[in-house]
Design a protein around this ligand. Structure first.
Ligand code: HEM
Length: 314
């Protein structure tokens, strides 16, 4: 679902269908995303890099060309289409790719398709696992806490009507849904150590010296579970965010930066936030959910992958 939301936003293309047509491409994106998310010992001990201990280089060399084949096809088709006389972008072509091509055309430049391919690769890889992990964790917590699921359902029912699809313009009228998403990001940040930083100069923090050039890793997961910052941090309690000013948007609340902060703050944050609301809101509002094999919520192992069944409301 996330893969398609992203590929439609960037290329107006159904990447899941394109991948499904070719057998050996199945699970290509999942394998790539997993390879990139795998902690790499070589990052800490650079001399280990040549051994490719986790198969990251192997996966990248295998799967990136496959994805590029699909991108090439779509890029070529679009460029040919744009060469046609009186070309006007149809609604099905109004996407990020078209916007980039228009900008470069206005500036009299030729868009470098190699760069486009790498840009979309970065965005897709950075966006898929992060967003789908949040949806999976949120649904797990909602099934584990039926009272929170009921409150979310009630808010959606009162605001958009039971079973109706959620529109982007309605997101701001759903504060409880937003609180659920924030609480999920606090308890389960998909990038638990953000991206590594490097100290530009010697810095002293609370009596500790961080020497110039040192790599700094921020433990966002640890901050989210710190009892000195959050009451009962292991409890999933969206209401802690209701009426609170704590937000991740600017990356200024150092207690809560699931999208990072500063110049390298996640560029996909706004898109991700909208996708999360639309997906979670639609899933909760369109179906009743129950655990597989009549399992009771209290018997759930929250560390296990979610196993649940959606039951149509009507
Ligand atoms: C719930 C969803 C997401 C979360 C929690 C998340 C989180 C993050 C974090 C923590 C960083 C590092 C920022 C820092 O260290 O300051 C990051 C970087 C990045 N994210 Fe996301 N992200 C999400 C979704 C997305 C999506 C949907 C896209 C693309 C459409 C995306 C594209 C990127 C890119 C390209 C970078 C690297 C930026 C750079 O190096 O300057 N992310 N993200």
């Amino acid at each position: 679902m996330i893969l398609n939301l992203l590929s439609k936003t960037f290329f107006s293309m159904d990447l899941v269908q394109s991948i499904g047509e070719i057998d050996e491409y199945k699970d290509m994106v999942g394998n790539l995303a997993r390879a990139i998310a795998t902690p790499n010992l070589g990052d800490v001990f650079p001399f280990l890099t040549i051994f490719d201990l986790h198969g990251i280089r192997w996966s990248s060399r295998t799967y990136i060309p496959m994805l590029f084949n699909i991108f090439n096809d779509h890029i070529d088709k679009r460029l040919k289409l744009r060469e046609e006389e009186n070309y006007v972008a149809k609604s099905s072509n109004k996407d990020v790719f078209e916007a980039l091509l228009n900008i470069s055309q206005e500036k009299g430049q030729k868009m470098d398709t190699e760069k486009i391919k790498h840009l979309f690769l970065d965005l897709i890889i950075a966006g898929i696992d992060t967003s789908s992990y949040v949806v999976e964790r949120a649904m797990t917590e909602l099934l584990h806490n039926p009272n929170i699921m009921s409150k979310a359902k009630m808010e959606l029912e009162q605001t958009i009507g039971i079973g109706n699809p959620l529109q982007e313009s309605q997101i701001e009228n759903l504060p409880y849904l937003e609180a659920i998403i924030k609480e999920t990001l606090r308890k389960y940040p998909p990038a638990p150590f953000l991206l590594p930083r490097k100290a530009k100069e010697n810095v002293e923090i609370h009596g500790y010296i961080i020497p110039k050039g040192a790599q700094v890793i921020i433990n966002e997961w640890g901050i989210g579970r710190n009892p000195n910052i959050w009451d009962d941090p292991n409890l999933f309690s969206p209401k802690r965010f209701l009426g609170s000013n704590i937000d991740y948007v600017k990356g200024h609340d150092c207690n809560f930066t699931p999208f990072g902060g500063g110049r390298r703050i996640c560029p996909g944050m706004k898109l991700a936030t909208k996708m999360l609301h639309l997906m979670l809101g639609s899933m909760v509002n369109s179906f009743n959910w129950r655990l597989e094999n009549d399992m009771k919520p209290e018997d759930m192992d929250l560390d296990q992958q979610l196993r649940a069944i959606a039951v149509r409301i009507n």
